[in-house]
Design a protein. Structure first.
Length: 304
């Protein structure tokens, strides 16, 4: 059973230890923030929040992280968890007592706060998963060209509502995307219109400039063109102006079933923050493992 202060007896300072390690990593590079946040999402949607995404491929096993849908996960997200785990394990009473899954949950809360987002108490007590295969990833993660029904179905499969899905999409207020994720919207969209008509024309021109045809596939651009490094409700204000980067972002405003939620969070930071915290807490409960079907990994990237 998940609970706050789960490690109070064995490792009372675990949250401070993790926060300090995350802070040191954020000082080295900003990508720590979006990288960790997205890693948490991709972990929970495949086999639950059990750090299965952290496992490296070995021998005959191709792990989750080598599935095409995970190849764009930033290495700095993984490194954040590895560094925080090392800091926790440096304290004798904590050594091999705190799961990688819980460290990822704490680190994710910390990066949101460090980017200016809301703070919240995290529930802990997850065990680490015992399997990680690339074959288990297909169809579990949303695609940037999905419509509202497809997004809702994918989140509902994890016990999350449309409101949760919209709140969590607000994570696109920080971080980067590679150009190939949205080129269909700015070149050759359809017979009627070369550019997706739901895109703001000025923004579309900016995207074409940043992502010319045949651009280096390594190039990544800010997802929030206004406040790319701040966790705020700008994502929703952008959607109102046709500045959602992916079809899956912009559809939240163009579909009448989700527009009202976007409008209300565009006008209230507090309402968005509350919804985001509630949705992150629910996301953190997905598919949690216990001592019977999980363990505490010594090395987050390998099974014991
Ligand atoms: C609603 C469906 C979602 C879709 C279709 C989607 C899709 C994507 C795509 C295509 C990228 C760009 C990857 C790249 O090219 O490097 C991305 C980045 C990102 N996503 Fe999502 N995402 C969704 C939901 C979420 C959720 C729920 C979260 C977290 C709560 C999240 C957090 C992020 C972050 C932080 C980045 C930036 C990563 C970085 O800068 O390294 N996304 N997403
Ligand atoms: Ca997982
Ligand atoms: Ca922002």
């Amino acid at each position: 059973q998940l609970k706050q202060n789960y490690y109070a007896n064995v490792c009372p300072n675990v949250e401070t230890i993790v926060r300090n390690a995350v802070q040191a990593k954020v000082r080295q590079t900003f990508i720590t923030i979006p990288g960790t946040l997205r890693l948490f999402f991709h972990d929970c949607f495949v086999q639950g929040c059990d750090a299965s995404v952290m496992i490296a491929s070995s021998g005959s096993n191709t792990a989750e992280k080598d599935h095409p849908d995970n190849l764009s996960l930033a290495g700095d997200g993984f490194d954040t968890v590895i560094k925080a785990k090392a800091a926790v394990d440096a304290v004798p009473s904590c050594r091999n007592k705190v799961s990688c899954a819980d460290i990822l949950v704490m680190a994710t809360r910390d990066v949101v706060v460090m980017a200016g987002g809301p703070s919240y108490a995290v529930e802990l007590g997850r065990f680490d998963g015992l399997s990680s295969t690339a074959a288990s990833v297909g169809g579990k993660l949303p695609k940037p060209n999905m419509n509202l029904d497809q997004l809702n179905a994918m989140f509902a499969a994890n016990g999350l509502t449309q409101v949760d899905m919209i709140a969590l999409s607000g994570a696109h207020t920080v971080g980067f995307s590679h150009c190939d994720q949205f080129t269909n919207r700015i070149y050759n969209f359809s017979k009627q219109s070369l550019v997706d008509p739901t895109l703001n024309p000025t923004y579309a021109a900016q995207l074409q400039q940043q992502c010319p045809k045949n651009v280096d596939p390594q190039i990544a651009i800010n997802m929030d063109p206004n406040t790319p490094n701040t966790f705020d409700n700008m994502y929703f204000k952008n959607l109102q102006q046709g500045k959602g980067l992916f079809t899956s972002d912009q559809v939240l405003f163009t579909d009448s079933r989700s527009k009202q939620t976007v409008d209300s969070w565009a006008s209230s930071t507090k309402a968005f923050n509350n919804a985001f915290v509630a949705a992150m807490t629910k996301l953190g409960r997905v598919g949690v493992k216990n001592a019977k079907n999980g363990n505490i990994r010594r090395d987050c990237s390998a099974f014991n």
